[in-house]
Design a protein around this ligand. Structure first.
Ligand SMILES: Nc1ncnc2c1ncn2[C@@H]1O[C@H](COP(=O)(O)OP(=O)(O)OP(=O)(O)O)[C@@H](O)[C@H]1O
Ligand SMILES: [Mg+2]
Length: 536
């Protein structure tokens, strides 16, 4: 592979174990010592303010957590800091080491040492892991990419972040969590990092992976890098951050000088009032099975002997929420895809819906059988970018608002308007393009799509990924409401609290097999033991 000279930058000067120590000394002559400071920053989209008079700062070697509801303005603020939105597109000042900085592009910000790992991943699925990591700065020898060096560098960096993968494998084969770790690893491969921004890095990570990431952040921070850490998982703040900034409606509304402060106080600051208590629900215990899966094996590809799901049997009953817990790679998504007709590979075994044998060979067939599936990566398999919320919601259910070949537009609008009202989509606009919405609100649009098909079986894969604490309760309420109306819900999640609090029964998978099933409330320890193969 030949690369243009412009793309070269030699990553050999980077040292993984000592991330970018040079140039990060604190300027002792400056009493405030901020590496980054924003003064009175405002930005609006089409006349609607997204940020208003934001003041914000980061010191070298500290981790500042930024929290706030979906649409509060967190990602917008980070995009300003990292040059995604150029200086001329907002009001206010951005200072680096006390000096005004003007960024026209992300490259400008990167050159100044600001690195953003965005909420939504931008990977090139057909390139290798190593190529993705060093895109734009491939090591070269006489105009050719130095493959051996690329391999070694990528190996080192992957090991630092605990990803066990061959750098030459295509990145599309990695799980979303491994892809995220690769993105973080590659972000840190760029120039001398002064400010590292992580926008919801743990949204698709398991607890173990998250802990591993926190250890890496501590190391990076020890090199005097200032970190900004956005999360909806408030329980991890105390582990990773030094202080907390709360945003609401485009403003910074509160500071917590210590990340050890009470989570309930942070929640109150985020939503502006006390959270409403959740109501315990009553189970419908003797319901009949809607979905029966018997001896299902899901092979890695067509004709491959290796199985991602190995001889799994399960029963999903009408009106229940069945939690499916496991670590990344346990086979949960593969199982779900096989049921939804979306698995690209051989599936053996039997699937029955209401006792009748079915063979969903495509998502379209599965949908016509009454199965819906909210996938875990909204960017790649969910959202239809460039289209309105209205169309995104209707994508799987256009037949239910059509007469013959004609769409009954009035019915479509009415139904979808009711759905966004129920889901509290913000802003509640059907005509707006889906990419204008914040991450959590995009997730609501996708959920609306599946509710619109009135599914008999709804599979949700990490349903609250990137969703704020208030909207999360809304999503749980909706899932339970669907269940109460008779839908059978299969909820895949790596979030133990979600699994324990929101499921009626729980199945745990480990290495492609169901290792345990809990009809009663399991303990965290029991779940983890089953998910790590301690129980067979
Ligand atoms: N490109 C855009 N065009 C129009 N409006 C936008 C655009 N990007 C963001 N917005 C709006 O700006 C507001 C802030 O969005 P932002 O993505 O910053 O929220 P967030 O705090 O990151 O939320 P989340 O937790 O859901 O990721 C939202 O109301 C959003 O709809
Ligand atoms: Mg965001």
């Amino acid at each position: 592979m030949q690369v243009s000279k412009l793309m070269w930058r030699d990553p050999a000067t980077l040292d993984v174990s000592q991330p970018h120590a040079e140039g990060n000394a604190v300027d002792a002559s400056r009493p405030d010592g901020y590496v980054l400071e924003l003064r009175e920053v405002s930005k609006s989209f089409g006349g609607i303010p997204a940020l208003s008079d934001v003041n914000f700062n980061v010191r070298p070697g500290e981790v500042v957590a930024v929290i706030g509801e979906n649409g509060a303005g967190k990602s917008t603020l980070m995009k300003i800091i990292s040059g995604v939105y150029p200086t001329d597109s907002y009001q206010g000042e951005l200072l680096l080491d006390g000096r005004p900085a003007r960024f026209r592009t992300v490259r400008d910000a990167e050159a100044a040492g600001i690195v953003l790992v965005p909420q939504e991943l931008y990977i090139a699925p057909n390139l290798s892991i190593a190529e993705n990591m060093f895109m734009g700065m491939l090591p070269s020898r006489r105009g050719f990419v130095d493959e051996a060096k690329l391999f070694t560098l990528a190996m080192e960096r992957l090991a630092f972040f605990g990803v066990q993968a061959n750098p030459n494998a295509s990145v599309g084969e990695l799980s979303p969590s491994a892809q995220r770790l690769v993105t973080i690893a590659s972000a840190l491969s760029k120039a001398a990092t002064r400010v590292l921004i992580l926008d919801e890095p743990t949204a698709s990570l398991t607890q173990g992976e998250a802990v591993h990431l926190f250890e890496r952040i501590a190391q990076i921070k020890a090199q005097n890098v200032g970190c900004i850490y956005i999360t909806h998982r408030l329980d991890e703040i105390a582990q990773v951050a030094d202080r907390v900034v709360v945003m609401r409606n485009g403003r910074v509304v509160e500071h917590f000088a210590s990340a050890q402060d009470k989570i309930s106080d942070m929640v109150r600051a985020m939503i502006g009032h006390d959270p409403e208590p959740s109501t315990p629900r009553v189970l419908n215990e003797r319901a009949a099975a809607v979905l029966t899966v018997s001896n299902l094996s899901v092979h890695e590809g067509f004709g491959s002997k290796r199985c991602r799901v190995d001889n799994v049997s399960l029963e999903l009953r009408r009106g229940e929420v069945l939690g499916l817990f496991g670590l990344v790679g346990a086979g949960r998504t593969e199982l779900a895809k096989a049921i939804f007709g979306a698995w690209q590979g051989t599936c053996e075994g039997e699937i029955r819906i209401d006792g009748e044998r079915v063979h969903p060979r495509s998502p379209a067939e599965a949908i016509s059988l009454g199965i819906g599936m909210l996938t875990e990566d909204r960017k790649q398999t969910g959202l239809i970018e460039g289209h309105s919320v209205l169309h995104n919601i209707s994508a799987a259910s256009i037949r239910s608002v059509s007469s013959g070949p004609f769409i009954r537009e009035r019915d479509e609008v009415d139904r979808n308007r009711e759905l966004i009202r129920k889901l509290d989509l913000r802003p509640p606009r059907l005509d707006a393009k889906v990419e204008w919405f914040s991450g959590g609100n995009q997730q609501k649009v996708l959920l609306a799509r599946w509710i619109a098909i009135r599914p008999r079986i709804l599979i949700v894969d990490e349903p609250t990924y990137g969703v704020d604490i208030g909207a999360r309760q809304e999503i749980y309420r909706l899932l339970h409401e669907l269940a109460a109306e008779g839908t059978a819900v299969l909820m895949i999640s790596s979030d133990m609290t979600e699994i324990l609090d929101e499921s009626d029964r729980v199945l745990v998978m480990y290495k492609g097999r169901v290792t345990q099933s809990f009809d009663r409330k399991a303990s965290r320890h029991e779940l983890m033991a089953a998910a790590t193969g301690e129980i067979h």
